[in-house]
Design a protein. Sequence first.
Length: 401
Amino acid sequence: MSVTTTCVKRAFKYRFHPTDAQAAELSRTFGCVRKVYNMALAARTEAWARQERVNYNQTSAMLTVWKKTEELAYLAEVSSVPLQQCLRHLQTAFTNFFGKRAKYPRFKSRKKSRKSAEYTTSGFRFRDGKLTLAKMSEPLDIVWSRPLPEGVQPSTVTVSQDSAGRWFVSMLCDDRSVRPLPASDNAVGIDVGLDHLLTLSTGEKIANPRHERRDRARLAKAQRELAKKAKGDGTNRAKARRKVAKIHARIADRRRDGLHKLTTRLVRENQTIVIEDLTVRNMVKNRSLARAISDAAWSEFRGLLEYKATWYGREVIAVDRFFPSSKLCSHCGTLQEKMPLNVRTWTCDSCGTTHDRDVNAARNLLAAGLAVTVCGAGVRPQRRTPGGQSATKQKPSRREP
C-alpha cells in the first residue's frame, strides 16, 4: 500500500553568526530595501492622488532610474534581488488593500520596522550544506539546529535581524517528506483558559506556564533603566534598549517552543480537535485581563494547530463563540441561567451532576463539534432547552488544505 505524500511549502529558520563584513553588507542591504520600499510607496501614493495606477513593472523601471542618479547611486552597490523582492511585496500589499483584506500600506521605519531582505534563487548559492549570498565571498556561519529534508533545495532565502541583535536565515523549501498520520478514532474538545492554559474533554488540564510573569521583574527593571536614558542615538540608550529586547525575545522563544510541542502532541494523538472560535483582539480590550490573555497566546496556538492538522490529515473544528459551553450541563443538557467567572465548580439543578467548569465546557465543545461533522445539526447556539443538546455552527479552518 503506497503512502500518500503531500508537497508543502515549509520554512526552516536558523540562527547564524555573520562576520563583520557580512554584517555590514546585510545592514546596507536592509537600509536599501527600506529606502526603495518607501520611495515606491510614495510614488504610488502620489500617482493615486492624481487618479493614476502604478504597478510593479513601473516601480521596477523607477528603480533602474534611481540607481543611475548620483544621489541614489549606492542602491547599485547591494544585490538587486532583495530590492526587486521588496517591490513585489509592495505590490502584494496594494493587492490586499484593494481586495479589502488589509489596510493601506505604511512606510517602513528605521527603528521600528523589521530588518529583513529576501533572496530568490538568483541571489544565493546553496551547495554542500553551505549558503552564500550575493555580494558575499564567504558562506554564512549557520547554526544547523536541525537538518533540511534530504534532497531539498531552498527556493527563497530570507535574512533578518531581530530587535535583540540576533541574526536569522529562513529557507523556504518544497518539503515532500510531510505525510498524513495514520487515521485514528480519537477526538478531543479543548477549552482554553488562564488558570490552566488548556482543559481537555478527557479531564486533563495543562498548566499555564505564564512565561511573561516569570520574567516580569527582570523586564520591569530593564525598562526602568531604559526610561532613564536620554532619548537619541546614544550608545547607552542602545544598550539598554537591546537588554529589554533580549528579555522579550527570551519570553517569546519559550512561549513558541511550548506551543509547538503542545500542538504537535495534540495533532499526533487525535483525529478530530474541537476548539472555540474566540475573538482574542476584542478580549484583550479588557484591561484587567489583557496581559494574561496576550501571554497565553491563544491565537498563535490556534494557528499552529490548524496548519499542522492540514499537513498531517487531521481536522480542526471551531465552534461558534456564542455557544454556551460553560453553562450547559454535559450530562443532561440543561442550560444554567448564569455562570460567573469565579464559579469553577457547579451542580446541575436537573440531574444533580457536579461539574468542573472547564472540563464540562471542553466536553460540550467536543459534542457540538462532532454533531456538526456527523449530521450537520444545529446552526445556532442552543437556548434553554433542558434534556436536549444541539450543535452549533461550525467555522471552517482559516488555512485551506
